[in-house]
Structure formats: structure tokens, C-alpha cells
Design a protein around this ligand. Structure first.
Ligand code: SF4
Ligand code: SF4
Length: 331
């Protein structure tokens, strides 16, 4: 097993497709804002037209169906099968674990490469304090059920000050649930988190001393693990995915972002109008990506600067990596 930094792949397109913004939960750190992302549920015809838009652009695209809660969409199974038939290289469903509309009965492991579950604690009290009463039990039961049915399952853990203390307990739980990939995320200061003073990112010392160590332990169990780099060393090269990668974060109101940190603002680079992908006129997020600042990521400096530190001379003590730069260990 070898740890590697996942280089941005200019030839791979990743479509993060929010097919609706409705959700049965009210997570403390939810990044969905209906005033920015819309409140509509896309019709299956529109979903298929937008899938075609991105698969025509790049035949090897990956699609991740998101919401809100994507399994609340009654036609998710058809959308998944359409994506496969169009030749998407991989299809993932990111669920909060409630798996509405009997989705496990309507799709097969041939249709879905990964069922991804979001869980923000290794125990019910910690997870439910963030995601809501009863979520831990439902999510773990359904993750187990999906794995028992032969689906490859992954689990996303969004690390914050409120749950970092339980990260070390995750390897055992992942093994028990039959999870094959573990994604550690960093809390983004956007959506609900901006309004909630109790929601904080962990500091550099905690992140760098704990997260890679837990990741190695997870990998030693034969589970693939991916986590964001966040803090760059002096020797590391800084790159902005907005300039070198092909990621599209699509929302039901037609907004298409290239960078998740921009999603609270109407600065999306593209918009889907009449089923066509149109670049928006300046000023949009794309105009920020090329700005070179000593702090590294320019959007981090603008929207979540609390994770920066400065020396007595006023220079940054370290740079913040692109939020899309990941470390990975695969079995
Ligand atoms: S499950 Fe996802 S969409 Fe629903 S409230 Fe939680 S973070 Fe938001
Ligand atoms: S997080 Fe920063 S570096 Fe990454 S795409 Fe956004 S602006 Fe660029």
C-alpha cells in the first residue's frame, strides 16, 4: 500500500449532479442553499438532457448523483441506468442513508459503481448531534444492507471540531459495515456552517497529526481511503483545480460551478440554458482562479480565512491547498 497525492486529471470529467435540493434532514453543516441553488426537482427528461450534455463533452466522465437527498427523486433509478447506457465511466449515488423509493430494489451493482453514505460520527450521539436524531442507526443499517446486496459502498465523514474525536473509532466501524472506500472531508465554511458559530474546521496541527494516521489504519484493513490535503508544505506545488481539472458542480436552477468554495455566491462560471452549457460573462469564479496569492487558494482566503496563520513578519505561515487536492491509499 502506498500513499499518493491524486494529481488533477485534465482529461477526466467529474459531474457532481444535484438533481434536487429537497432533503429529509437538516444537517448543521449542510451546504445547500435554496436561494442560491434552486428549490426545483429536475424532471427525468431534463436530467437525461443534462447527462447527455456532459457525456458528449467527455466520454470518460464520472457522475455523482447528489441532492438534497437524491433518493427522494422518484426517477433516480432511470437516471442511473441512462447514465450507464450513455457510457459514463462510473456512477455514484451519494445518500444520507435513508434510501427512499426502495432504491436498492430498483438498481443493481451493475448500474451503480458506488453507493456512498454520509456519516459524521462513529457513535449515534456524535453523528446525530450534527445530522439529526436517529440518523446514525438508519444510515448504518442501510449501508450494511447495501453491502449485503452486493453493492460497493463508500462512506463520507466530514471532519469538524465536533467530531474529530471519533475519527479514530472509524476503522473498526467501516470494517463492520463492509465499506470498501472511505472519504474523509473537511468541513467547508459555507451554507449552514457560516451561520453556526459552533461549526469549526480543525486546526493544522490536529489535522496533520491525526487524519493521515487514521487513513493509514483504515488502509491497513484493506479499505481504500481518500482525504483532502488542506495544508501544503513549503516544497509542495500549488495548483487550482479550477484551471487544470474538469469538475462541474451542477445545481437544479442551472448554475454550474467549477469550485465548491464558490457555491454560496452567484459567481458560477457556467449556466445551463435551454439544455446548453453557456459560459457566463465576467466577473465569475473563473476570474479568481488565476490570481496568485501567497496564501495559496484564493477562494479559501476570501470565504474561510480562519484556517490561515501569519508569521510576525506578516507572511503566511503555510499555504492552503486546493480543496479538491486529495491524498489516497488504495489496498
Ligand atoms: S443530508 Fe445532505 S442535503 Fe440533506 S441536510 Fe444533510 S447535508 Fe444537506
Ligand atoms: S478551492 Fe481554491 S484552488 Fe481549488 S478550485 Fe477553488 S479556488 Fe481553485
Amino acid at each position: 500500500m502506498k500513499q499518493k497525492t491524486v494529481a488533477f486529471q485534465p482529461h477526466a470529467t467529474n459531474l457532481f449532479f444535484h438533481i434536487l435540493t429537497a432533503c429529509n434532514l437538516k444537517c448543521r453543516h449542510c451546504y445547500i442553499r435554496q436561494d442560491q441553488h434552486g428549490s426545483q426537482t429536475l424532471s427525468i427528461e431534463t436530467i437525461e438532457a443534462w447527462l447527455a450534455l456532459f457525456s458528449e463533452r467527455k466520454k470518460t466522465a464520472n457522475v455523482i448523483f447528489l441532492g438534497g437527498e437524491p433518493t427522494l427523486h422518484p426517477d433516480l433509478s432511470r437516471a442511473v441506468k441512462t447514465a450507464k447506457a450513455m457510457g459514463y465511466a462510473s456512477v455514484t449515488i451519494d445518500s444520507n442513508g435513508y434510501l427512499f423509493h426502495n432504491i436498492l430494489e430498483k438498481v443493481s451493482p451493475d448500474d451503480v459503481d458506488f453507493f456512498s453514505f454520509s456519516l459524521d460520527g462513529a457513535t449515534a450521539p456524535t453523528c446525530d448531534a450534527i445530522r439529526g436524531e436517529g440518523v446514525f442507526d438508519i444510515c448504518t443499517q442501510n449501508a450494511r444492507k447495501a453491502a449485503d446486496k452486493g453493492f460497493s459502498t463508500s462512506l463520507i465523514y466530514t471532519v469538524s471540531d465536533n467530531n474529530i474525536h471519533e475519527l479514530e473509532k472509524m476503522p473498526e466501524l467501516l470494517k463492520d459495515l463492509g465499506i470498501s472506500r472511505f472519504f474523509i472531508q473537511v468541513l467547508g465554511m459555507r451554507g449552514n456552517s457560516v451561520q453556526d458559530p459552533g461549526q469549526k474546521q480543525v486546526n493544522r496541527e490536529t489535522w496533520t497529526s491525526l487524519v493521515p494516521q487514521v487513513a493509514r489504519e483504515v488502509a491497513s484493513l484493506g479499505i481504500g481511503v481518500t482525504w483532502p490535503r488542506v495544508f501544503l508544505e513549503e516544497k509542495d506545488h500549488f495548483e487550482c483545480a479550477g484551471l487544470v481539472a474538469d469538475n462541474f458542480f451542477v445545481f437544479p436552477n442551472g448554475r454550474v460551478y467549477r469550485c465548491p468554495l464558490c457555491e454560496d455566491y452567484p459567481i458560477h462560471a457556467f449556466e445551463i440554458q435551454e439544455n446548453r452549457l453557456m459560459e457566463r460573462p465576467p466577473l465569475h469564479e473563473g476570474n479568481f482562479f488565476s490570481l496568485r496569492i501567497p496564501e495559496g487558494c484564493v477562494m479559501n482566503r476570501l470565504v474561510q480565512p480562519a484556517n490561515l496563520r501569519y508569521t510576525a513578519q506578516g507572511t503566511p505561515a503555510y499555504r492552503i491547498a486546493c480543496c479538491l487536492l486529495k491524498e489516497e491509499i488504495l489496498p
